[in-house]
Design a protein around this ligand. Structure first.
Ligand code: ADP
Ligand code: MG
Length: 245
């Protein structure tokens, strides 16, 4: 069993003004783990992911990525974001760029990859997500599910060690959810370390190695899907599971 710690969070706290959004969060994500982060709206899931990618600044606590504590004041956050890719609910593709241009932008500009290499890698990634014929299309011509698969390919183009997903299927029509979950499942099976905020309990049951349940800024319960869904310890969790079934 591989127990390399890819992410370790220790006593993380974050407030927006008077609103204490993350409370004493402790969490460890091991290599190749898929952790599904679940909880009702407003519980702090997005803020936690954004702290992990340093889009939000923690107030206190430690965030340790691949064994090294990150100091947002002195560390090069772009370097860390190369290791930690993120996929958002609303895709965040550049509308004025083609699919291919969306994917090659960051590898060329941020990582200094040659255009030729970036294109060849992008083409590989597009075929991996089943969109090899869409390279020259603009995002407006794609379905939501296709856009999200491009967003995943774009994140993978940076060759991250960890992928964060913030409700990647919540903005999709129901019939398009499956294709994105399948892409994520493939990635999980290849051994990608993933933290996935999701309301897709079927995905969580099937793909997650561990479930983390948040309520009002705290981790209330965590465990294997088996423990979590079949034998939750906390009353809160039972209520939440009732509300989703
Ligand atoms: P979730 O993703 O679980 O729905 P969020 O992390 O988005 O929860 O939000 C947690 C709480 O923090 C909510 O009350 C939300 O309104 C608040 N919040 C999130 N981002 C900001 C912000 N930039 N400024 C002020 N409040 C915020
Ligand atoms: Mg959210």
């Amino acid at each position: 069993m591989n127990m390399r710690e890819m992410i370790k969070i220790h006593q993380l706290n974050k407030s927006f003004g008077d609103l204490h959004v993350l409370k004493d969060i402790d969490m460890t994500v091991f290599e190749s783990d898929v952790v599904c982060l679940i909880g009702s709206s407003g519980s702090g899931k997005s803020t936690l992911l954004r702290c992990l990618n340093f889009l939000e600044r923690k107030d206190n606590g430690q965030i340790i990525i691949e064994g090294k504590e990150v100091n947002p004041r002195t560390d090069n956050l772009n370097k860390i974001r190369e290791k930690v890719g993120m996929v958002f609910q609303n895709f965040n593709l550049f509308p004025h760029k083609t699919v291919l241009e969306n994917i090659i932008e960051a590898p060329i500009k941020v990582k200094g990859v040659s255009k030729e290499d970036a294109i060849s890698k992008a083409q590989q990634l597009l075929s991996k997500v089943g969109l090899e014929d869409k390279a020259d299309v603009y995002p407006s011509k794609l379905s939501g599910g296709q856009k999200q698969r491009v967003a995943i390919a774009r994140a993978l183009a940076m060759e991250p060690d960890i992928m964060l997903f913030d409700e990647p299927t919540s903005a999709l029509d129901p019939e398009l959810v499956g294709e994105v979950l399948t892409t994520m499942k493939d990635l999980a099976e290849e051994g990608m370390t993933m933290v996935v905020v999701t309301h897709e309990m079927g995905f969580a049951k099937e793909v997650a190695d561990r479930i983390v349940y948040m309520h009002e800024g705290r981790i209330v319960e965590h465990g294997t899907p088996e423990q979590f869904f079949n034998n939750p310890k906390e009353e809160r969790t039972r209520e939440f599971l009732k509300s989703t079934s």
